[in-house]
Design a protein around this ligand. Sequence first.
Ligand SMILES: [Zn+2]
Length: 232
Amino acid sequence: MRGAIVLLCVLAAGCARHPAPAVRVAPESAPQTVQTTAPETTAPAIDRTDWRLLLVNPWNPLPEDFQVELAALESGFSVDQRIYDDLQQMLGDARKDGMELVICSAYRTLEQQQWLYDARVERAAAEGFAEPGVEAGRWVAKPNTSEHQTGLALDITAAQYRCLTEDQDQTPEQRWLMDNAWRYGFILRYPQDKCAITGIGYEPWHYRYVGKAAATEMTRRGLCLEEYLGEG
Ligand SMILES: [Zn+2]
């Protein structure tokens, strides 16, 4: 049934901006060495207790004792503070290359994810679905199974095309991210050819921090997170 489960990030609600208590200014970043592919490296040992490799998907809910310390972004969204510097480096380098990126979702609380899910269930019920919860689950991750609750995931679009559709991958911004995100420790989390493994449809806007070593290895070997962790 994995292939039948398709979850999409929420468009309108997911892009809603939230006021942030504090805003840090993006630091100046050094130019990156240009490489077209991830370098050959020795495969790092996988430590499943590594916070950067936390697996949250339809079969692996967020741990009950999960806690995260957040850092606010200029956009008003927040992320796990431990990924802040690498994220700013990526966004800064993208800007230097002429890319105009917009973050339209990042960390979500359980309450926010619950609200999004409940709203989708309500809509499915209004549309006459016999099992509105099942229908809603195809589009919005059930509470505690959304990667957005980890603070390690972001939805990033091109400023000129802010729709969360597959056409997002046609934008120069998305191509830049797909080519370069691994250098900063991020991966395109839900690739088109991994839907049956991730349980989530193609999302060419959803990026997940896994750390530079893992991102490099996953990119080099063409693995999604589940495969990298041996759960594919
Ligand atoms: Zn997302």
